[in-house]
Design a protein around this ligand. Structure first.
Ligand SMILES: Nc1ncnc2c1ncn2[C@@H]1O[C@H](COP(=O)(O)OP(=O)(O)OP(=O)(O)O)[C@@H](O)[C@H]1O
Length: 280
C-alpha cells in the first residue's frame, strides 16, 4: 500500500490564454511510516502536487494512485482517498470554526459517520498525539496560543485516522522552538505508522527529518532520493533559486579547492572531517 505518482502533468486553465503547466511529468512514491518532503522554490509546483494527493486536483496526464485507488474522474473514489489522506493547508489554524476543542476535533469523524460512542475515543487519541490533554477539551480554540491552535487543527485531521498526512508548509510562522516541537510530533506520527508528506521550501528541515526528498524546479522533478543522495547532488552543482544549508555550501567550496569532504548537512560531521584532515 502506498501513494504512487507517475509522470504527473497538471495544466491550469487548459486551452485558455491563462494556461499554465504547473507539473511537467513528476514521479514519486510515499509509504506509511515514511517521511517524504517535497522541496522547491516558490511556484515550483509543490502545492499543486500536494492537492493531487488527496484528490483535490485530478491529473491532466499521468497517474496518481493512493493505496491502489486512482485519482481520476470517479468522485466516489475521491471520498475513499480523502479518508486515507489528510491534507493540512498552510496556517490551518485559520480554518478553526467550532466553539470548543472537542467539537473541532470531533467534526471530521462525525462527518464521516463515526458513531457518537466512538467520538470521544477519536478525540482523545488525536489530541494525545499532538500533546494536548483532556483539560483542553472544553476550551475555546480561539483563545489558545498559536502553537496550540495549530496542534488542534492537526488533531482535527488525525481524528479521521488517515494513513497519510500531507502538510503544506506546516512550520510557516512558527519560531524555532515551535518548529522543532511540530517536527518531533510529526516524527512520532511517522514512527507509529503514518506516512508524512511534507511540503516545504526549507531544505535544511527536509534533510533533517526526511527518508526521501523530491526537489521540484519549475514543475519538473530535479532530484528524488534519500537526503544523502540529494546532498551529493547539491554539493556537485548549484541549483538556481534553491537555498542550500550553509554546511552544504561550505562543502561545495571545499570540494572546489580539491578537499575531499563527506556527504553531510551536519556542521559537526563536516568539522570533524576537516579536523581529521589537518591532524594527518
Ligand atoms: N489556481 C491557479 N490557477 C492558475 N495557475 C496556478 C494556480 N495555482 C498555481 N498556479 C501556477 O502553477 C505554478 C505552481 O504553483 P504552486 O502553487 O503549485 O507552486 P508552489 O511551489 O506551491 O509555490 P509556493 O511555494 O509559492 O506556494 C505557478 O506557476 C503558479 O502560478
Amino acid at each position: 500500500m502506498s501513494i504512487i505518482v507517475d509522470d504527473l502533468v497538471y495544466v491550469y486553465h487548459q486551452g485558455t490564454p491563462l494556461e499554465t503547466e504547473a507539473l511537467k511529468g513528476v514521479s514519486m512514491e510515499a509509504n506509511p511510516g515514511e517521511w517524504v518532503s517535497v522541496v522547491g522554490h516558490t511556484g515550483s509546483g509543490k502545492s499543486t502536487l500536494a492537492q493531487h494527493l488527496n484528490a483535490l486536483l485530478v491529473p491532466t496526464k499521468g497517474k496518481v494512485e493512493v493505496d491502489g485507488i486512482l485519482v481520476g474522474d470517479d468522485t466516489r473514489e475521491h471520498r475513499k482517498i480523502r479518508q486515507r489522506v489528510g491534507l493540512i493547508f498552510q496556517y490551518p489554524e485559520q480554518q478553526l470554526f467550532e466553539e470548543t476543542v472537542f467539537a473541532e476535533v470531533a467534526f471530521g469523524p462525525r462527518n464521516w459517520g463515526v458513531s457518537e460512542e466512538e467520538i470521544p475515543v477519536r478525540v482523545r487519541e488525536a489530541l494525545q498525539a499532538v500533546g494536548l490533554d483532556e483539560s483542553f477539551w472544553e476550551r475555546n480554540p480561539f483563545q489558545l496560543s498559536g502553537g496550540e491552535k495549530r496542534r488542534v487543527a492537526i488533531a482535527s485531521i488525525l481524528s479521521i485516522r488517515p494513513r497519510y498526512l500531507v502538510l503544506d508548509e506546516p512550520t510557516a510562522g512558527l519560531d524555532s522552538k515551535g518548529r522543532d516541537e511540530l517536527c518531533s510530533l510529526l516524527r512520532q506520527l511517522k514512527v507509529s505508522g503514518t506516512g508524512i508528506i511534507h511540503v516545504t521550501h526549507d531544505l535544511e528541515l527536509a534533510l533533517e527529518y526526511s527518508d526521501k526528498i523530491l526537489v521540484l524546479e519549475s514543475g519538473k522533478a530535479l532530484f528524488w532520493g534519500s537526503p544523502e543522495v540529494i546532498v551529493e547532488e547539491l554539493i556537485e552543482r548549484e541549483i538556481e533559486g534553491l537555498v542550500v544549508p550553509p554546511v552544504v555550501e561550505l562543502a561545495r567550496r571545499l570540494r572546489d579547492v580539491g578537499f575531499d569532504v563527506p556527504v553531510t548537512w551536519k556542521a559537526q560531521t563536516l568539522a570533524s572531517a576537516i579536523e581529521e584532515k589537518f591532524q594527518k
